[in-house]
Design a protein around this ligand. Structure first.
Ligand SMILES: [Zn+2]
Length: 382
């Protein structure tokens, strides 16, 4: 076996601290080892025939990469791993994984898995500042719960968005989970909004396409006022999602309008549409994207996904994220898998003679933290 000589890329990738520009909170894991196994998937139900999710791309990567943080020196069984987790306790496990994730800032979507840890808690465990992005659908739902819909709804949404813009560093939309991204992109008239409000029997979860379009145009106003980006869930997710209408190409009308108003649109996760996202990022100056959720879920093939994401996208358009939620392992797993992928991809491009090592290091710096610092106002990466 020949020992590979460590390149400068290997060293920088191993030691840099990244901005995790999209993640969620950590929560306790109920249901023993089977409950833990169920966290390794976006599926809602256990597998048939007693099969386990750990025997798949994400679980395999997790048991190869995470055990060292809990003190193992070889790959344990999922039972032994789970037992060690139980001995250490959820809080200690979370502290260890966050501290080991080598982050310089965290930007937390508080619309999911936010009950047990705040952005500040997560930042404290990770040893870096924690910032917040707010889900706009939650703001609209709070406005609908606030009283009889109508004129007041519009005012309450506007105020809610303005408050969120003052407190957070950006917005997040889960439109893909509601009406899908495939909407006629124009601002609905006041009359249409009032009629949609009147037609609502139950506004939670907000599914009405007219009210959702209205919400997104109001979000553009608030984002443009403060210079904030809007994150969109795109592609891969759980079975609540119609993947066909989660393709970012459907957002083109909104992207063009946002571009005119200089509002950045950040496409999240993107798999299996990371090539479409890369295309949009390459042709629209306001489009940015990540392959956050994809990296841990494709586990074994993370380098191929990163290479595909960068097929046509400039390096100044891709951001690092973990999309970690619930299991603290995911912050660390995403960080390690992304670094592994970056090492493989950038070394390969340098070896091919097309990219200089300096340009590779510059690209890694952009993707790992600089793009996020430029995009989110007020985010300090220490
Ligand atoms: Zn997310």
């Amino acid at each position: 076996v020949t020992q590979q000589v460590a390149t400068q890329i290997d060293e920088v990738v191993a030691t840099s601290r990244f901005v995790d520009h999209h993640c969620h909170g950590v929560t306790a894991t109920p249901g023993g080892v089977l409950g833990f196994d169920q966290r390794l998937t976006e599926a809602r139900e256990p597998m048939r025939f007693g099969r386990r999710f750990v025997d798949g791309p994400l679980g395999t990567a997790l048991l190869a990469i995470c055990p060292e943080v809990l003190g193992f020196d070889s790959r344990p069984s999922i039972e032994a791993y789970f037992e060690r987790r139980e001995q250490l306790g959820e809080r200690e496990v979370a502290r260890r994984f966050l501290a080991a994730s080598q982050l310089s800032a965290l930007i937390v979507d508080t619309g999911y898995a936010a009950e047990e840890t705040s952005p500040a808690d997560l930042g404290e465990m990770a040893g870096c500042p924690g910032y917040e992005v707010r889900r706009v659908e939650s703001i609209a739902e709070a406005a609908l719960a606030d009283g009889p819909p109508g004129d007041r709804y519009v005012q309450t949404v506007r105020r809610g968005l303005a408050d969120a813009a003052a407190e957070g560093v950006g917005f997040k939309s889960i439109l893909a989970y509601r009406a899908g991204l495939d909407l006629p992109w124009s601002r609905p008239s006041e009359k249409a909004v009032t009629a949609a409000c009147a037609g609502l029997t139950d506004g939670v979860p907000l599914q009405d396409p007219t009210l959702l379009r209205h919400l997104l145009y109001e979000t553009l106003d608030a984002a443009s006022e403060r210079g904030l980006p809007i994150q969109f869930h795109v592609g891969y997710g759980d079975d609540d999602l119609d993947l066909r209408s989660a393709n970012p190409l459907h957002l083109e009308g909104l992207i063009r309008e946002a571009n005119e108003r200089d509002v950045p649109i950040v496409l999240l996760h993107c798999y299996p549409f990371h090539r479409e996202a890369g295309f949009l990022a390459s042709v629209f100056k306001n489009v940015f994207f990540d392959v956050g959720l994809a990296i841990p879920h494709v586990g074994l093939e993370a380098d191929r996904i990163l290479a595909e994401a960068l097929e046509v996208s400039p390096f100044g358009k891709l951001l690092y994220s973990s999309d970690a939620a619930r299991l603290p392992e995911f912050y660390f797993l995403a960080s390690r898998l992304f670094r592994r992928a970056a090492r493989i991809v950038f070394n390969r491009w340098v070896e091919s003679g097309l990219l200089t090592e300096d340009d590779a290091l510059r690209a890694i710096e952009m993707i790992g933290s600089e793009n996020a610092r430029l995009l989110y106002p007020g985010v300090e990466a220490e």
